[in-house]
Design a protein around this ligand. Structure first.
Ligand code: PMP
Length: 371
């Protein structure tokens, strides 16, 4: 290609996003616990809706997503006119950066935050600014201190990925009020797993002019492959984002599948309850085997090892057993492994292999354990 044809400045500095691995070479069926997927899959009603929609694939889908927005609005008690749907919440992150950030502006995100924030910021020509966390938890004071007149967007995943930790909504409100020059994007991809009365920031986004909430169908709804997410915020912001949204960004099957999924509350409740049960079981089982983790509010546990070689060796041991978890060195956590909470059998299998790894390691280091 001609030397004179070059992408926009900064594009070639973007590190490619690395998804969780899906296969272990040489092994047929691996147990994939690397992408925070729902082990129970989607609602059967969503599956049926997608199959039905396949019969009309020759038709263009609606551009306004009215039925899906109405259903989301009903379930969450939100005004559908303030909702925008995207190809995963990834696309809403992208819209926000495209619309509000650009050369000479800054996009803030937290030390161990989701890597799509800097990727989308750089794609828009903006400067991504990483702000330190405190003990793997969002530090609101640090974000307030880190913000400048050039700050246009602040992304906070709450609960965060890959740490699983979260901060109270009162802290996010404090941030939004202290940084009025920027949009605070509360990324609530894992909100349903947090339990209690956590609304993902919906009430804040209703009330404040600079708060947007991001949600996804990829996690508790088990529809990562369908690619549907949504955002909710001030009418003016949603209007701006709609102007850069492709008119047919969501396919007919995606719209119909997500609609059926959001209506099936039983599937959501069951997935939440099972996750809560096995999340605490897994965290306890790992702790008993000498592997600590922070209390997680999501559908994964961030297992902490002594150092990077120990995490790498444990990852190898898991792979040798056909289990794939997520190395998170790219998130500044080289001594950790992020493990999705699977079904009960999967959790038991993971705990067993990690227990064996820790015992072998202790034996190797000369520690003596009673038989
Ligand atoms: N935000 C966070 C914090 C995530 O972990 C993810 C998925 N890894 C996303 C957003 C994007 O999800 P999706 O595009 O599938 O909706």
């Amino acid at each position: 290609m001609s030397q004179s044809i070059q992408p926009q400045p900064g594009i070639m500095d973007i590190a490619l996003y690395e998804p969780g691995a899906a296969h272990v070479p040489g092994r047929g069926e691996a147990l994939k616990l690397s992408s925070n997927e729902n082990p129970f899959g989607p609602s059967p009603k969503a599956r049926d809706a997608v199959i039905r929609a396949a019969h009309v694939m020759h038709r263009y889908p609606p551009t306004d997503h009215a039925s899906l927005r109405r259903a989301i609005g009903e379930v969450h008690g939100l005004d559908p006119d303030r909702i925008i749907c995207g190809v995963g919440s990834d696309e809403i992150i992208h819209f926000l950066c495209q619309a509000y950030a650009g050369p000479g502006t800054e996009v803030l995100f937290t030390e161990h935050g989701f890597l799509m924030y800097p990727i989308s910021a750089m794609a828009a020509g903006a400067t991504p600014v990483r702000v330190r966390e405190r003990a793997r938890t969002t530090d609101i004071d640090a974000l307030i201190e880190g913000a400048t007149a050039a700050t246009r967007l602040v992304f906070v995943a709450n609960p965060n990925n890959p740490t699983g930790t979260m901060v109270p909504l009162s802290e996010l409100e404090r941030l939004a009020r202290a940084v009025p020059q920027a949009i605070i994007a509360i990324d609530a991809a894992y909100a349903e797993y947090a339990g209690g009365d956590y609304d993902g920031g919906a009430a804040l986004a209703t009330e404040l002019p600079n708060v947007v909430m991001l949600r996804t169908f990829s996690k508790i709804y088990g529809l990562g492959g369908l690619r549907v997410g949504w955002g909710y915020g001030p009418r003016e912001v949603i209007d701006v984002l709609n102007r850069i949204r492709g008119p047919f960004n969501l396919s007919g099957p995606a719209l119909d599948g997500a609609l059926a999924a959001v209506m099936d509350r039983e599937h959501v409740d069951r997935s939440r309850a099972e996750n809560a049960r096995m999340r605490s079981w897994l965290a306890d089982a790992l702790a008993e085997r000498g592997v600590p983790s922070d209390p997680s509010w999501a559908n994964f546990v961030l297992a902490r090892f002594d150092d990077e070689p120990a995490a790498a060796a444990c990852d190898e041991a898991l792979r040798a057993d056909g289990i794939i978890v997520r190395r998170v060195a790219g998130y500044g956590l080289p001594e950790c492994l992020r493990i999705t909470v699977g079904d009960e059998a999967s959790c038991r299998r993971v705990a067993h292999v990690i227990g064996r790894f820790m015992t072998d390691r202790a034996a190797g280091s000369g520690t003596e354990r009673p038989a």
